[in-house]
Design a protein around this ligand. Sequence first.
Ligand code: URA
Length: 432
Amino acid sequence: MNIQEIIAKKRDRQELSKEEIEYFVTNYTNGTISDYQAAALTMAIYINGMTEEETTNLTLAMAHSGDILDLSEFGVVVDKHSTGGIGDKVTLILAPIIASLGIPVAKMSGRGLGYTGGTIDKLEAIPGYCTNITIEEFRKNVGEIGISLMGQTLNLAPADKKLYALRDTIAATESIPLISSSIMSKKIAAGANKIVLDVTCGSGAFMKDLSQAVKLAETMKKIGELAQKETVCVITSMEEPLGEAVGNSLEVVEAVQALQGNMAEDVREVVLTLGAYMMKLAGKGNDIEGNKQEMLTQIQNGKALKKLKELIQMQGGDISYIENVDLLSKAKYVMPVLATKHGYIRSLEAKSVGEISMHLGAGRERKEDAIDPAVGIVLKKKIGDYVEENEVLAYIHANNEEKGKEAVKLLEACYEIAEEKIEKKSCILKVL
Ligand code: URA
C-alpha cells in the first residue's frame, strides 16, 4: 500500500477501504506521510466526499490515533460540542449549570481559529485560569467539584489536531465527512458516554443551509450510535452572532451576567435546549421543558454561578475577576457604531462580524498569533430590532485607534436596515 495510490483512488471517486484509511491516519500522525500528500488526499475527500462507511472508518482511525480516556469512574458523562460559531459563549454558561445539577462535566475545549471563537481563549481571559492541566488534575477536579474544562493538551485524537490545522490552511473546512470525523473522533477519544452536539447553520457556520446542517447532524448521530454513544444534535442558527459580545473578556462578562440571570434571548434558547437534552441523556428527566425550568432554578438560586467560581478557583484562576467583571482587561478605545438610517435590522452577517473581531486581535489570523483578550465587539442591536437614525448599533472595543476606526466602518456595513418590520426567529432550527 502507498499513499500515492490512495490519493489517486479518492481523486478518481473510488471508495477507500478500512485498511487504506487506517494506513493514511497512522502514517500521517507519525510523520511518514507529508503534509502535501495529506493535503492532496484531504482535498480529494473534500471534493469527492466519502460514503458513510468511509466516514465511520476515518473517524474510528482518528479516534484511535492517540489515547482513549476512560471516565467510567464518574458514571454517565455527557459531553457537548459545537461545530463552531461567532459569540458562542455557551459552554461557559452551560457547563456550570449542568455540573451544579450533579451531572459530571469533563470537557476538552478548543481554541478559536480563523473567524470562529474558542472556549479555551475565553477561559484564558480570566487571570490565572490554567487550561493546560494534566489528566490526573482533570480527573481530580471532576471527582472533587464535578467539573473540569481544559484544552486539547493530552494525546487525544492527534490525527485530528494535524488534519484540522491542515484543513484550515487549504480551504477544506466545510466538508461533512471531514467535520464529522474531526468532531466525533475527539468525542470518542475524550471518553464521554453520551454526546450533545450544537450543529450551527448560517453565514457564521461551516454549514450554510439547513439541508447541509441536517446531513452533517445525521452523519454524526450515526457515528455516535456505531460507537455506542447516544448522540443528540441540536441545529442552531448562526445567521447572526450569538448574544451580544464577540471577543474573549467581553464574552466572559456576558457569561457571568447570564449566570446572574441576565441572559440574551438567543443565548438562553441555545443554552436551555442543549442543557435540557444533556439532562435527558444523563437520565435526569425526559421532560425537556421541565429540564429547562430546573436549569433556570440553578441560575436563580446562584448555584450555577457558584459552580463557575469553584471551577475557576480549582484551575488556578482569580475569582475576584468574576465577582467584579470590571476588573477584567479592557480595551483602550470604545467606539460606537451608529445607524445611518432608521428601520428594522434585516441582517447582521455573522461571518463578517467574526472577521472584524479577529482583525481587532480577538482571534488568530495564523495559528501562532497571540490573542488580545480585551478587544472585540458588543452588539446592541440584532436582527428584528428597530433603530432610529444615529442610534448605537454596536460598540467596537479596540486597543489600536486605526484598527478601531476601520472596524467601525466595516461593522456599519454588516448591518442591513430595512423599512419593513422583520420578525425575530427562534435560533433552534431542528433537534435530531
Ligand atoms: N469543530 C471541530 O472540532 N472540527 C471541525 O472540523 C469543525 C468544527
